[in-house]
Design a protein around this ligand. Sequence first.
Ligand code: ZN
Length: 133
Amino acid sequence: MNRIEHIGIAVKDMDISCNLYEKLLGSFCYKKEEVTSEGVLTAFFKTGLNKIELLTPTSAESPIAKFLERKGEGIHHIAFDVADILTEMARLKAEGFVLLNEVPKRGADNKLVCFVHPKSTNGVLVELCQEIR
Ligand code: ZN
């Protein structure tokens, strides 16, 4: 894994939270994108080499809606940039980690993504992401 690509934060209200994070980070949201397959609206901020991704549900069945119900607003996942997602997925599987998807999915911000089950990572939802070239 190369570096932390972004930290995902679950929020209830995107407008209020965008405003808050613009003030906090002193930078503007550079992209908002809906990922319909996940039932989520995302907003991205640059923080040096890394990013902050805000996530809010667009449907009651969204995993983010369930997360907000269970845990409330806060850090949802940590995403690592990888050069080759298939190689990393195979490596993690061989190490005994539980992957939440068997094939990479198309995520927000031009990425192929795969999530690692928090049960196998001490309670932290980990996302692998590879830039789509
Ligand atoms: Zn993410």
